[in-house]
Design a protein around this ligand. Structure first.
Ligand code: CA
Ligand code: CA
Length: 448
């Protein structure tokens, strides 16, 4: 204890010295405070409410009526609170703000925006915007025109706790709930509920450093596809179910006219996602890598479709081959005709499969390697890039209620391959998205 004393004493004396500052210094400090305080107080809080008026000042007593008015007015440091109720939006909400600017649902209220206009986006974060946060809004596409619900450009946009969906009556063409543009960098989509897109739930073309986390996405063509030169992205802890094709894709068939790029996706991570399908026929991989390089797919649970690696790039002439990818600690339980693992010719360069658990409840082919279907034993003996795999029932708690956490006797427990920086319970990391923990521990600590 005595060792602590010398280090504490100087800190205390620093505080004691403040009142002894000479008078000119104190005046200078006061001037500094006077200068700093007005800048802080410039930041405003505005309000939007269904019964508001855009001619009013945007105070809580006299709120604006439209999000457009708020987006056009807010400047760096401002916050906009949006009251509950339904807003009919005829024109794209354009956000060009230099942030930080926050557009947030008023606490415990649920603002819902029904877009009925003809723009190609209901809400657009502009190319030059930065640090815009959209929090807690519901935006519904209810327009006869074709378009995406939310477009993200600029830097450091955050979209959290939002509910974005196409009204079924209007979801008739290939558009996305969220489209992240090639000018979009460091965007985060967290905790959102996304569904009903005729194309992707979240689609990115050429965007980098994205974080797609903890979202629930369902009933679209795909859940999340990051392609066209996207890189350094993280897709984690999402729950994705029931798509016409693959749920999570790194890469795709991006037309060369859209962007210059070397590969479809590089250096991205897909981890701890739960993907399941009620009908898993002709999916093309619940997780697919298509012209992806240096990516890591680990600790995902797939019930229905498999993991597929194929050539991406220009749809007329796909030439981007997958390379140097690692696929570890995933549970892949096949229930339809989708291959547990499909590796198309030329896409296994530098590929490492480690400690994956495979299982199936249908009888036809299981693994498709270089266009040849084979059963597990043949796959295991032929594919030198497959290491320490298991072919066993993972013993989920209850498949029928889609509870994919592990039973106490699951062969996945402590059977994973160590992943740098990934925590675990017990002796080692498990296989699958839900790390097994004793019943007494909070389930959400390490797994979800
Ligand atoms: Ca799309
Ligand atoms: Ca463990």
């Amino acid at each position: 204890m005595t060792l602590l004393k010398p280090s504490i004493t100087p800190v205390v004396s620093d505080f004691l010295e403040i009142p002894s500052i000479c008078l000119p210094m104190r005046r200078l400090l006061i001037l500094v405070f006077l200068f700093v305080l007005p800048i802080e107080s410039v930041a405003a809080t505005y309000y939007v409410a269904p019964q508001g008026n855009d001619q009013w000042p945007g105070t809580e007593a006299q709120p604006w009526a439209s999000l457009n008015k708020a987006a056009g007015t807010a400047i760096s440091g401002d916050r906009v609170f949006i009251k509950g109720g339904t807003y009919i939006v005829h024109q794209k909400v354009a956000m060009y703000n230099k942030g930080p600017v926050i557009f947030r649902a008023y606490p415990d209220q649920q603002p819902l925006f029904r877009f009925t206009g003809t723009d190609t986006y209901a809400v657009g974060i502009g190319d030059k915007a930065d640090h815009i946060t959209i929090d807690g809004l519901t935006v519904v596409w209810a327009s006869n025109a074709n378009g995406n619900i939310l477009g993200i450009g600029g830097k450091y946009a955050t979209v959290q706790q939002c509910h974005l969906y196409f009204d079924e009556a209007y979801a008739y063409s290939k558009y996305d709930c969220i489209k992240i543009l090639s000018t979009g960098h460091h965007a985060t989509v967290d905790g959102c509920h996304i569904h009903g897109a005729p194309d992707q739930g979240i689609d990115a073309v050429g965007a980098d450093n994205l974080i797609i986390r903890n979202n629930m996405i369902h009933d679209c063509q795909n859940a999340i596809v990051l392609k066209g030169g996207s890189d350094n992205d993280v897709i984690e802890e999402n729950t994705c179910y029931n798509f016409q094709h693959g749920a999570i894709g790194l890469g795709g068939y991006t037309g060369k006219k859209f962007i210059n790029y070397d590969l479809e996706n590089t250096n991205s991570v897909v981890r701890r996602n739960i993907v399941y399908y009620d009908n898993a026929n002709n999916i093309g991989g619940g997780v697919f890598l298509q012209g992806a390089k240096g990516c890591l797919v680990h600790n995902n649970t797939l019930y229905g479709p498999g993991i597929h690696l194929r050539t991406g790039g220009d749809p007329e002439n796909p030439t981007f081959l997958c390379a140097d990818n690692r696929i570890c600690n995933n549970i892949i339980w096949r229930t339809g005709n989708d291959g547990i693992l499909v590796v198309e010719p030329g896409n296994s360069s530098g590929l490492a499969l480690r400690n994956n658990l495979y299982w199936k409840t249908t009888d036809s082919g299981e693994f498709k390697i270089n266009n040849q279907w084979c059963a597990y034993n043949e796959f295991k003996s032929v594919c030198s890039y497959n290491h320490s795999s298991l072919f066993l029932d993972p013993q989920f708690i209850d498949v029928s209620s889609r509870d994919f956490s592990l039973s106490a006797t699951s062969p996945c427990i402590d059977a994973g391959f160590p992943i740098n920086g990934t925590g675990f319970h017990g002796a080692r990391i498990d296989i699958g998205a839900s790390e097994y923990a004793p019943v007494s521990a909070p389930k959400d600590v390490a797994a979800r």
